[in-house]
Write a protein that binds this ligand. Sequence first.
Ligand code: SF4
Length: 375
Amino acid sequence: MKLSEELPLIAKDPYGYAEKLKAEKKIVGTLCSYTPEEIIIAAGAHPFRLFGSGQKSRLADAHLQSYCCSLARGVLEDALSERLDFLEGIVFAHTCDTMQRLSDICRINRGGVFHLDLILPAKLNTESARRYFRDVLQTFREDLGAKLGVEIADNDLRKAISAMNRIRKAFTRIYELINENPSIINGEELYILNRAAMMMDKARLADLVEGTVVQLSSGSREAPDAGAPPPKRIFLEGGVCNYPDIYNIIEEAGGAVAGDDLCTGFRYFNGLVDEDNPDPLMAIADRYLKRIVCPAKHAGIADRGERLVEMVLEKRAQGVIFFFLKFCDPHAFDYPYLQQVLEKAGIPSLMVEVDDPLQAGGQLQTRIEAFIEMI
Ligand code: SF4
């Protein structure tokens, strides 16, 4: 499989890409997959996911406690260092405490861009949450429109929904093909594809990702060595993954990623917005209510565990690697419960916590090798 050359370039130098794109569109930064990108696209702007550039923290440390995650620290450092000057504004979907406070810190210390908060419900399985979710989206539509000086019409929303659904369908197909044969694409390519998808122009992305589906479906990738044992199927569970190396480590240890439930992986693409719903905002809200929830949300006491076991069985994964950013409280709080649910289902798991930049790979590599050998 050969990815289009554009994708690794964007994944490697996202800010360089954004600087060029800003000549065509206003760019709005996002930090979480709970940001309704359809509304930003319908406003004629471009949603651009921020991950932090992983550079040494000099300015952010004055505003954040040492126990904040590297995502929050990295984004704040980039904002204060004027590396995000291509942005028109930033949208903060309230998930964890860190994200909520990051919004305030950015607002107070970084002028020149707008800051919008999306205070979505934490509980997602009630009718009142559904109505409230829609109200929040309506407020966001009005606030964003006012900041960008446009009126966001239902028709524009429908076009944006359809554009995003096209991308989600293509990624769903890619994940199905990976489930059939995890060696069909190597993990680093999958990482690049996912990563670029969250930052690049959506119309161009849809073409590229559909092309990738055609390529993968045609089986053009070289067949693995016939004598080699099949790789062990691994499911990745966790939050933001900024580390392509993790995929190489898994593959070198004899594993292959058969599926994931990462904030920066399949959870972002999961589920379609109903294009036939006459109320596009309700349709956007409904997708979030049905989608796999992240640990900062709640859809029932047993929902996360049941869904995780379901996904692992569907992917025929032999083991789960929990992959967390250090100090990510929502994921860390959920871990003991999820680990127990997997244990009861007879599914082995390993938990790794990483920081940005990734510490020397030795220990991580040894733990992953030992886990893959054991399963
Ligand atoms: S990675 Fe975790 S702690 Fe950091 S912002 Fe996201 S949910 Fe919050």
